[in-house]
Design a protein around this ligand. Structure first.
Ligand code: ADE
Ligand code: ZN
Length: 335
C-alpha cells in the first residue's frame, strides 16, 4: 500500500450517502432468502454478482428493488444494518447518516414498525459495540405518488425521534422535486431536515437542482454534480453552503464516468463536496474504495482528501459541538 493509500484507509471518516438496502451483500441475500424461504432467480453468489451489470439508474433500480424481497422480519433489517455498520467501523467510519426506503417495504406488506425497529436496534448495538454513531434519513420514492409519500410521512411521525431528516430517491425521470413540494413542506413543519437526490446526468438535472434550491429549500443535495453546468447554481450552492453528497463509483456505473474531475472542481470552488458510497453492495465499493478511486483518478493530495472528509463532518446533521469533536479527531490524525 502506498503512503497516500494508507492515509485514506486509516483516516477517521464520515458517510452521508448510503442506502441501507444498497448494503445488502449477495451472501446475505442468499442467507436471508434461505431463512425466509424465498426463491432467488440465481443459483449462486457468483451468478448473482454477475447479474449486476447496470448501465443507467433504472437498470440498477430494478435489481436493487428485487433484492429487497428477502427483507421481511425485524431481524432481517437488524442483520442488514449491523453488517453494514461492522463494515463501516472496519473502514474507520466514525459517523454515518443512512437512508432507508420504507415504501419499498410497506408496499410489499412489511410494516413500517418492523423496518424501523430492526434498523434502530442495530444502530444502538453498533454504537455501543463498534463505536459508530449513526442517524437515519427516510427517503420517499419519487416514482410513486405524492399521496403515498405523504401517507408515509404521517406513518413515520410516531418514530420522529429516530429519524433526523427526509430525502427523495428512486427514478428521477419525469419525477421532479416539485412533485413532492407539499410533502417536504409538511416534513419541514415536523422539524425534519431536508435533502433530495438530484442524480447525475438526468433529463432536466439542472432544472431539478434549481427546484431543490428555490422551491424546496433543501439543506443538502444528494449527487448534484450537474450544478457545474450553470454559474447561477454554482453561486447559489457556494453562497448557501449547500453540501453535495457525491458517489463516484456509483456514478461510474450509472453514467459515463465517476465524475472525479468534477469533485476536484467543486473543491477548487470552495463548495462543500463530499465522497460517499451510495449502494456499496451493488457497486462493489464502500467509502474507502470511493476515496481511493478519486485519489487515483485526479491525484488529490492529503490536504484535498482531508478537505473532503472535513466537508462531510461539516455538513453532517449533528450539533456543532459533536461536529467539532470529530473535526478535532480528524485534525489530530492529519497533524
Ligand atoms: N436508490 C438507491 N440508490 C439510488 C440512487 N443512486 N439514485 C436514486 N435512487 C436510489
Ligand atoms: Zn443515492
Amino acid at each position: 500500500m502506498t503512503d497516500i493509500e494508507r492515509f485514506i484507509t486509516d483516516m477517521p471518516k464520515c458517510e452521508l450517502h448510503v442506502h441501507l438496502e444498497g448494503t445488502l451483500e449477495p451472501e446475505m441475500k442468499f442467507a436471508l432468502a434461505q431463512r425466509n424461504q424465498i426463491s432467488l432467480a440465481h443459483g449462486s453468489v457468483a451468478e448473482l454478482r454477475a447479474s449486476y451489470d447496470f448501465t443507467d439508474l433504472p437498470s440498477f433500480l430494478g435489481i436493487y428493488y428485487d433484492g429487497m424481497r428477502v427483507l421481511l422480519k425485524e431481524l432481517d433489517f437488524y442483520d442488514l444494518t449491523y453488517a453494514y455498520l461492522a463494515k463501516a467501523a472496519s473502514q474507520n467510519i466514525r459517523y454515518a447518516e443512512m437512508f432507508f426506503d420504507p415504501q419499498a417495504h410497506t408496499a410489499r406488506g412489511v410494516s413500517f414498525d418492523t423496518v424501523i425497529r430492526g434498523i434502530r436496534r442495530a444502530q444502538l448495538d453498533a454504537e455501543t459495540r463498534l463505536g459508530v454513531r449513526t442517524q437515519l434519513i427516510m427517503c420517499f420514492l419519487r416514482d410513486w405518488s405524492a399521496e403515498f409519500a405523504m401517507a408515509t410521512l404521517l406513518e413515520a411521525l410516531p418514530y420522529k425521534e429516530w429519524i433526523i431528516g427526509v430525502g427523495l430517491d428512486s427514478d428521477e425521470k419525469n419525477n421532479p422535486p416539485i412533485k413532492f413540494r407539499d410533502v417536504f413542506a409538511r416534513a419541514r413543519e415536523e422539524r425534519f431536515l431536508l435533502t433530495m437526490h438530484c442524480d447525475v446526468d438526468q433529463e432536466n438535472s439542472t432544472r431539478h437542482i434549481r427546484q431543490c434550491l428555490d422551491e424546496i429549500d433543501v439543506a443538502r443535495i444528494d449527487h448534484g454534480v450537474n450544478v457545474l453546468e450553470d454559474p447561477v447554481l454554482i453561486e447559489a450552492v457556494r453562497s448557501r453552503a449547500i453540501g453535495l453528497t457525491v458517489c463516484p463509483i456509483s456514478n461510474g456505473y450509472v453514467t459515463d464516468s465517476t465524475k472525479s474531475a468534477e469533485i476536484a472542481k467543486f473543491l477548487e470552488l470552495g463548495i462543500r463536496v463530499t465522497v460517499n458510497s451510495d449502494d456499496p453492495a451493488y457497486f462493489g465499493a464502500y467509502l474507502t474504495e470511493n476515496l481511493l478511486r478519486v485519489q487515483e483518478e485526479v491525484h488529490l493530495d492529503r490536504a484535498a482528501l482531508t478537505q473532503l472528509v472535513r466537508n462531510s463532518f461539516e455538513i453532517a446533521w449533528l450539533p456543532r459541538r459533536t461536529k467539532d469533536a470529530y473535526l478535532a479527531e480528524l485534525a489530530s490524525y492529519t497533524a
